[in-house]
Design a protein around this ligand. Sequence first.
Ligand SMILES: NC(=O)c1ccc[n+]([C@@H]2O[C@H](COP(=O)([O-])OP(=O)(O)OC[C@H]3O[C@@H](n4cnc5c(N)ncnc54)[C@H](OP(=O)(O)O)[C@@H]3O)[C@@H](O)[C@H]2O)c1
Length: 260
Amino acid sequence: MSNTALITGASSGIGMEFARVHAGKGGDVILTARRADTLEALKAELETEHGIKAHVFAHDLASAGGADALYQDIKSAGLEVNVLINNAGFGGIGAHVDRPLDNEQEMIDLNIKALVTLTHKIAADMVALGKGKILNVGSTAGFMPGPQQAVYFATKAFVNSFSQAIDQELRSKGVTCTVLAPGYVETEFAARSKMEGTPLAKNGATARSVAVYGYNAMRAGELVAVNDPKLRFGVNWLIPLLPRRLVLKMTQKMQTPKTN
Ligand SMILES: NC(=O)c1ccc[n+]([C@@H]2O[C@H](COP(=O)([O-])OP(=O)(O)OC[C@H]3O[C@@H](n4cnc5c(N)ncnc54)[C@H](OP(=O)(O)O)[C@@H]3O)[C@@H](O)[C@H]2O)c1
C-alpha cells in the first residue's frame, strides 16, 4: 500500500522538516519548490538515510499554471498522493500601498491559488481512493488582521478558513484536512519577508518541532493545530475578546522594525 506525501516548499524550513519526518516513518515523498538543486540534495539524503523513494519536481507554484504542471508531472509519473502537505508560502513586511503590487499578487497566487489548485485536484483523487490526509500550513497570523503585512495575514485567514470547511466536506469520505497555524518559526521566512528586526521575529520555534507537531496533528485528523500553548490560548480566548482597534495597533507594532 503506497504512503506517498507531496510536500510543497520542501527546499527549506518547515517543508524540509516535513519531508524528513515523513521519510523517517518510511513514507515516499514528492518534493517541490523552485530550487531544484536543494531538492535533489534532500532527495539524496532521504533515500540514503531512510531507504525510501523521493521524487523531485521543481516548479514555481506562484506562476500561472505552476500547480497544474506539478499535478501533471505527478500523474505522468504514475504516482498516487496519500498525504498532501501544502506548505509553500511567503510574506512581506510594509504598508500595502508602499509594497510592490506584483509581489502582493504573487503572495496570493502562492499562498492561496496554488494551495486551492492542489487541494482541489488531489483531494478529488483521495475521495476516489476513499482515504487521504491533507495538511495546510496556515498561521496564527490568520486569526487577526495584520497591518504592515495586510495581504499575508489575509492569505493565512483564507487558509485557516478554507481548510476547516474542506475537512467538514471530506471527512465522511475518508479524507481529513488539518490546518497548522504556527507562531514565529526560525526559517528563511523572516529574511524573505523582511521581518528581521521586528518584535515578532524573535524567540521562534524550530522548524523541526513545528513540523513534528503539525505532522502528528494531521495523522490524528485534528482540525486546527497551534503548536505553541500560549499562542493557542491567545488566538482562541484573548484576541477574539479584545477591542478590534487594540488588536490592529498591537499587530502593527509587532511588525514595525524597532529603531534605536
Ligand atoms: N516561519 C514562520 O515564522 C512562519 C509562521 C507561520 C506560518 N508560516 C508558514 O509556513 C510555511 C513555510 O514557511 P517557512 O517558515 O518554512 O519559510 P521558508 O524557509 O522561507 O520556506 C518557504 C518554502 O516555500 C517555497 N516557495 C517560496 N516561493 C515559492 C514559489 N513561488 N513556488 C514554489 N515554492 C515556493 C520555498 O522554496 P523555493 O524558494 O526554493 O521556491 C521554500 O521551500 C509558509 O506557508 C509560511 O507562511 C511560517
